[in-house]
Design a protein around this ligand. Structure first.
Ligand SMILES: Cc1ncc(COP(=O)(O)O)c(C=O)c1O
Length: 444
C-alpha cells in the first residue's frame, strides 16, 4: 500500500502545513532523517500550527534528576571545584563508588582504578573505539550486534574505523553462537558492541546469550563493549536491591575482556551534565598491547585510555558533575535511593502506549526475548501492515506523532519504527489514542 493521499482527509495536523514544512526542511527522505533533523522538523511544524505532537523521536530522559546529585554539584561549586582542573581518571570518591556500584548491582569485581568517568557514554565509546581500532594487528573492524544506537556508527565514520553488523532479530538464543562465529573466524574483528537493554528494540540478552558472547570473546581474544545506558530497566525483574540477586545481567560474568559503559543520562536523568562511567576489567585495563605504541606511546590499555585519549579529547570530565554522580552512586550503594524504582514509570507508560497501538491495527516488531514477552521500557518498536517504516513515519507526522525509522538503526525490519516513551506525558494519552484511531480509520 505504501503512502496514501492524505490531502482529502481531515488529519489532526493541517495537511498543507506539514507538507510545506517537510519540503522546506530539505530532507530528501524523512524516513532516513537523523534524530536531530526530525526534532528540528517537528519543532517547526509545532511552531507553525500551534499543535502539540506526541513526541517519541528522541531518547531524552523525561524525569527529574535526584536532588542529591544537584545538591552535591552546587556544594562542590561553592567550594571551588570550577577553578580546578580535574583528575583525568576521576576523583577518588567517584572511582570508589563506581567500583562499589558494579559489585553491588552486577556482582563483579573491578578495582576503583579501572572505573573512569567520561563525558557521557558517548565519549567512553569514542575513546574505546580509538584504542580498539589499533590495539591488535589485523583486528581492525568492529562488529555491532544490531539494531543499535546510530551515533556509535557515526563515531566509526569520524574515526575511519571499519565495522560490520547484523540484525539480531533472527539470531536469538543458541543461534547467536553460529552467527557471531561466522564473523569472528575471519580474524578481523577487534570488538563486539551492543546495548543491553537494547536501544532501539528493547530486547534483553539473557545469561545464555551473554555466555555465548563471553565465551567467544575469550576464544577469539576480542573485547566486548557492553553499553548499559538502560542499566536495571528490564522491569520484569527487580534489579534494584544492592548486594542481592537478581543482578543486572552482564557479559562480565563470562569473560575478562570487557569494557562496560554506564551512562548517568537515563538512570539518573542526568543527560545534560554529560557524565558516564567506563568500567574496564582489571585484566584489560592492565593489559599491554604492542599495537597501541605507535599512536599512544604506551602499550598499556588503561594508561592509553586515560592519559592519551581522554587527555587529548577533554582532559577529564566536568568536576562538579563528578561530585554529583558520586553522591547519587553513594546513595544507591547505601540503599537510601532506589534508582530503578525512579525509572519504572517508563515501563508503565510503555505498557499503556503499546496497547493504544495494537488496539488500532499496529503490531509490535521486536516483541519477544526468545520465548518471553519483551519487557516494557524506554523504547518499543511498531509497524502498520502495508507500510515501510519510512513511509509510516512520514504519514504519522500528519497525525501529530513523531518517532524514528528503524532503518537508521541497523535493523533489517524495514517495516519498523522506534517509539521512545520518555517525553510523552500521561496527559497526552487521550490525544495519542484518538490520533491512532483516526490513522487506523484512514488507512485500514
Ligand atoms: C544505547 C545508548 N548508548 C549511549 C547513549 C548515550 O549516553 P550518554 O548520554 O551517556 O552519552 C545513549 C543515549 O541515548 C544510548 O541510548
Amino acid at each position: 500500500m505504501g503512502k496514501i493521499d492524505l490531502s482529502t482527509k481531515q488529519t489532526p495536523i493541517d495537511y498543507k502545513t506539514v507538507t510545506e514544512k517537510i519540503e522546506a526542511s530539505g530532507i530528501a527522505n524523512i524516513g532516513k532523517a537523523t534524530i536531530r533533523e526530525l526534532v528540528r522538523l517537528v519543532n517547526q511544524i509545532e511552531g507553525a500550527t500551534g499543535k502539540k505532537f506526541v513526541r517519541m523521536e528522541m531518547g531524552v530522559p523525561g524525569l527529574k534528576p535526584p536532588q542529591i546529585g544537584i545538591d552535591a554539584e552546587i556544594k562542590s561549586l561553592q567550594e571551588g571545584a570550577a577553578a580546578k582542573y580535574v583528575l583525568i581518571d576521576g576523583i577518588p570518591e567517584l572511582k570508589k563508588e563506581a567500583s562499589r556500584f558494579v559489585k553491588l548491582f552486577m556482582d563483579i569485581d573491578v578495582d576503583a582504578e579501572c572505573c573512569v568517568p567520561t563525558v557521557g557514554s558517548m565519549q567512553g565509546s569514542f575513546a574505546a573505539f580509538m584504542l580498539m581500532g589499533k590495539y591488535m594487528k589485523g583486528k581492525d573492524t568492529t562488529l555491532f550486534i544490531d539494531p543499535g544506537f546510530p551515533v556509535q556508527k557515526q563515531q566509526h565514520h569520524a574515526l575511519g574505523i571499519k565495522y560490520e553488523t547484523f540484525d539480531v532479530y533472527d539470531y536469538r538464543g543458541s543461534k547467536l553462537k553460529e552467527k557471531l562465529e561466522s564473523y569472528l573466524v575471519k580474524g578481523n574483528i577487534s570488538c563486539i558492541v551492543y546495548s543491553n537493554p537494547n536501544n532501539p528494540a528493547w530486547v534483553c540478552f539473557n545469561d545464555d546469550e551473554l555466555k555465548i558472547i563471553g565465551d567467544l570473546a575469550n576464544k577469539y581474544d576480542i573485547t566486548v563493549v557492553e553499553d548499559l545506558a538502560y542499566f536495571g530497566m528490564d522491569f520484569r525483574k527487580d534489579l534494584s536491591k544492592p548486594g542481592l540477586p537478581p543482578y543486572q545481567p552482564t557479559v562480565a560474568k563470562y569473560t575478562d575482556n570487557y569494557f562496560l559503559m554506564i551512562s548517568s543520562s537515563k538512570i539518573f536523568s542526568y543527560a545534560g551534565q554529560r557524565i558516564g562511567l567506563a568500567v574496564i576489567s582489571n585484566k584489560l585495563y592492565n593489559r599491554c598491547f604492542p599495537g597501541l605504541t605507535e599512536n599512544f606511546k604506551t602499550e598499556k590499555f588503561g594508561y592509553a585510555f586515560v592519559y592519551r585519549v581522554l587527555y587529548s579529547l577533554t582532559a577529564g570530565t566536568a568536576h562538579s558533575a563528578q561530585y554529583g554522580l558520586t553522591s547519587m552512586l553513594k546513595a544507591v550503594n547505601d540503599g537510601s535511593y532506589n534508582f530503578v524504582e525512579a525509572t519504572r514509570e517508563y515501563g508503565e507508560k510503555a505498557k499503556i502506549m503499546k496497547k493504544f497501538f495494537t488496539d488500532n491495527g499496529f503490531t509490535i516488531v521486536y516483541d519477544k526475548d526468545i520465548d518471553q514477552p519483551l519487557a516494557d521500557g524506554f523504547y518499543f518498536t511498531f509497524a502498520y501492515p502495508g507500510f515501510t517504516g519510512e513511509e509510516l513515519l512520514e504519514q504519522l507526522l500528519y497525525y501529530g506523532i513523531s518517532a524514528i525509522s528503524l532503518s537508521i538503526t541497523g535493523s533489517d525490519r524495514v517495516e519498523g519504527i522506534r517509539a521512545c516513551v520518555s517525553l510523552v506525558m500521561r496527559s497526552q494519552f487521550e490525544d495519542l489514542e484518538l490520533r491512532l484511531k483516526l490513522f487506523h480509520e484512514h488507512h485500514k
